[in-house]
Design a protein around this ligand. Structure first.
Ligand code: ACO
Length: 311
């Protein structure tokens, strides 16, 4: 039997009302949001690294300007999301500490290396494509600040997805060597992109409660299916082959049947043992430590301004 406060809260959620920062909420709702929004923010920030790797090596000035803008957008997304998390009573510093101590996650996808320029295409097309598939429904999530952050983020993500598809179009329509690079990037990113949606529904520990609270709007498998259905025709248009022998159109369900990703690989990656986990976390810790003098300077300046005002 639910306590009356909690029942009233659930009724608000069921009516589709937004929950705002100062309003009463169950502790579990607050904790779940901090976990999800915090992980999401960390993903945006760590997600700058695989693409940042190619800024200095972009093939043209135009591609470099586009990639630079895109990677900067990701920093902006991280900042909106940390702000949204802060409205729940956790500070950005606390979230950073948890990330750096390996106590908070970020998306599994960013633990894979970006080996060639075609990977910039595959990341924009598949990784940002998967991100949008997950984030468009989150525009209707029940927590006000999170849902509003998602609206702006989705607009920018769709530009990112298109710039990735544009790179793939160029590469897949280029020389045989370029087309080979495009296919190789698709081969390496396909299954990791499918893993972004999280474990299969039967192993998703948080889905049921998060969906009841409308923190999540869909199950992991629902969104993965939508992503496959949307992306396979795009691969065909590129003249590339999705690296899954089990892929088949299923007329009855009006969608594709496809093979499950290697879930043991997924659980290894989220446990910290993926191909680039140490490198990614190491880069973030180093950036944090290298920025300490600057944060100290800002703090000293702010303290001085307060003292001046009080004098
Ligand atoms: N990478 C890392 N960890 C994951 C992933 C993933 N792709 N998918 C699931 N997990 C973790 C969950 O965080 C959870 O671990 P925890 O209890 O330690 O937090 C565990 O696996 C079990 O999974 P679920 O019960 O399914 O977790 P949840 O309900 O949180 O669903 C999902 C996962 C779908 C990623 C959800 O958190 C979500 O929608 N988040 C917002 C979107 C997001 O974070 N996107 C970031 C990538 S996109 C980008 O940044 C460009």
């Amino acid at each position: 039997e639910m306590p009356p406060e909690e029942r009233a809260f659930q009724e608000r959620i069921d009516r589709g009302e937004k929950i705002e920062p100062k309003e009463w909420m169950p502790e579990g709702y607050r904790k779940t949001l901090i976990r999800q929004i915090g992980q999401h923010a960390h993903s945006e920030i760590v997600g700058q690294l695989p693409e940042g790797n190619w800024i200095t090596r972009a093939p043209t000035l135009e591609r470099k300007a586009i990639l630079l803008a895109k990677v900067q957008d990701e920093a902006g997304h991280g900042l909106y999301l940390y702000c949204a998390a802060e409205t729940l009573g956790v500070s950005r510093d606390e979230l950073m500490e948890l990330l750096h101590a390996g106590k908070m996650k970020y998306s599994s996808i960013f633990n894979y290396p970006t080996l060639t320029w075609a990977d910039m295409g595959a990341v924009g097309w598949l990784v940002d494509g998967a991100a949008i598939m997950n984030q468009v429904p989150l525009q209707r999530t029940s927590y006000g600040p999170y849902s509003r952050a998602m609206i702006r983020i989705c607009k920018e993500e769709s530009f990112h997805q298109r710039q990735g598809y544009d790179i793939m179009t160029k590469m897949a329509g280029g020389t045989p060597a370029q087309k080979h690079m495009a296919q190789d990037a698709l081969n390496r990113f396909w299954f990791p992109a499918l893993m972004m949606f999280g474990p299969s529904d039967k192993d998703s520990v948080h889905s049921a409660q998060s969906m009841a609270w409308r923190i999540k709007m869909n199950t992991n498998d629902e969104l993965r299916q939508k992503f496959v259905d949307q992306t396979v025709p795009q691969a065909e248009r590129l003249g590339l082959t999705v690296p899954d022998e089990g892929l088949r159109w299923n007329e009855d369900k009006g969608g594709y049947d496809f093979s499950e990703p290697d879930w043991s690989e997924f659980f290894e990656v989220i446990a910290g043992n993926g191909p680039c986990n140490r490198e990614r976390l190491g880069a973030r810790v180093k950036a944090w430590e290298d920025g300490a003098w600057f944060r100290d300077g800002l703090k000293a300046h702010a303290d001085k301004a307060v003292r001046a005002r009080m004098a």
